[in-house]
Design a protein around this ligand. Structure first.
Ligand code: ADP
Ligand code: MG
Length: 342
């Protein structure tokens, strides 16, 4: 009888421990950086999850006040209008400027955060789209040479070129996701999923110990073309189908620009997905490899194989790096499926 009672109490204690350790999901959605963002956090403490979610939202609003091209109180707005780096120069901005100069160099200019005047001329900032004259494009391109920053120390109050304007649209959401991950870790969260307008960032594994299942969007329709299993990775996609306008002949002009000619990219890719731990790196490369096009993108990866990629071409081909082999499952009926080895 005694034995039975102690068995029952051990059973009750274990059950109570299991209940108290059960990870419950807390989800918060908000709009920031012109993007609908959702943070889903799994933790045994709902209070801890809510605190982390609130801190993330506050931090992203803070980043928006630094990086926005349209908020008059933002630091980037100040740079674009005064042509002077602010004093003090916030550490986030300094970091992004240094990182951008490095990535501009490494991607041979494919990633260029100084294209804002060109992108605006095509109407992408106001959605009053137009095709500018070639003369106007060439004139605006003269002020987009980001290599002027290669050896810069980015000192407060230093002048930038007259006519130059910055736009961190191709990196901001990835940077914000990295900041969110840091906040989650500070709060002891080991399982979370962030969706920043299609930029996915996963923390750890799912609460049941299995990998996260992320869908890669179909550029030609709804639903997903691939399922991808990941752990503690960013999965960031850039695609021409996201934001574009069409002329009367049905030609499509997309929001990702070729810095060489100041025109919307019109290469052989429909989308580029980058998979790696850093959201900032993934966001930068999804844009840069899209600009490069299929062949140059694969070549670039072979020389810098510190990430994984998925390319979907206009010819309905699927091409991905070998690291994804065990984790990717094509759902769509592609014309061909190719794994690229180093
Ligand atoms: P998303 O709009 O999904 O964030 P991207 O990360 O590819 O897509 O970023 C595209 C944005 O980056 C554009 O809206 C524009 O503001 C800016 N941009 C366009 N072309 C380039 C480029 N070649 N280099 C850097 N930024 C670019
Ligand atoms: Mg990007």
């Amino acid at each position: 009888m005694k034995k039975n009672i102690s068995t029952i109490s051990i059973f009750i204690i274990i059950s109570l421990m299991m209940i108290s350790c059960r990870q419950t999901k807390t989800s918060e959605s908000f709009t920031a950086m012109n993007t609908f963002m959702t943070v889903s956090v799994y933790s045994s403490s709902a209070k801890k999850s809510q605190t982390a979610c609130q801190q993330i939202q506050n931090r992203i609003q803070e980043l928006e006040k630094i990086l926005s091209t349209t908020l008059p109180e933002s630091d980037v707005y100040y740079i674009n209008h005064s042509k002077i780096l602010p004093s003090p120069l916030k550490p986030e901005l300094k970091e992004l400027l240094e990182y951008s100069a490095d990535m501009h160099k490494k991607t041979y200019g494919a990633f260029n955060p100084a294209l804002y005047p060109v992108i605006r001329e095509w109407g992408f900032t106001t959605e009053e789209y137009k095709i500018p004259s070639e003369q106007k494009i060439q004139q605006l391109l003269l002020n987009t040479d980001f290599s002027v920053f290669y050896d810069s120390e980015f000192l407060p109050n230093s002048k930038i070129n007259e006519g130059m304007e910055l736009d961190f649209g191709a990196i901001g959401k990835g940077y914000a996701a990295d900041e969110a991950v840091a906040i989650l870790k500070e709060n002891g969260i080991t399982s979370a999923l962030l969706d920043f307008g299609g930029n996915i960032q996963t923390v750890g594994k799912k609460p049941d110990g299995s990998l996260w299942n992320v869908g890669i969007r179909n550029p030609w329709g709804k639903s997903a073309v691939c399922a991808l299993k990941v752990e503690s990775k960013a999965v960031v996609t850039s695609g021409g189908y996201e934001r574009f306008f069409e002329d009367e002949n049905g030609n499509r002009y997309i929001h990702i620009f070729d810095p060489k000619n100041g025109h919307p990219c019109d290469g052989d890719l429909e989308s580029v997905t980058i998979v790696c731990p850093s959201g900032k790196y993934a966001d930068t490369l999804s844009t840069a490899l899209f600009v490069m096009g299929k062949e140059a993108a694969v070549e670039w990866w072979k020389n810098n194989p510190d990430f994984d990629f998925i390319l979907i071409t206009k010819n309905h081909e699927l091409i991905y790096s070998e690291g994804l082999n065990k984790f990717i499952e094509p759902i769509y009926h592609f014309v061909s499926v190719e794994t690229v080895h180093r």
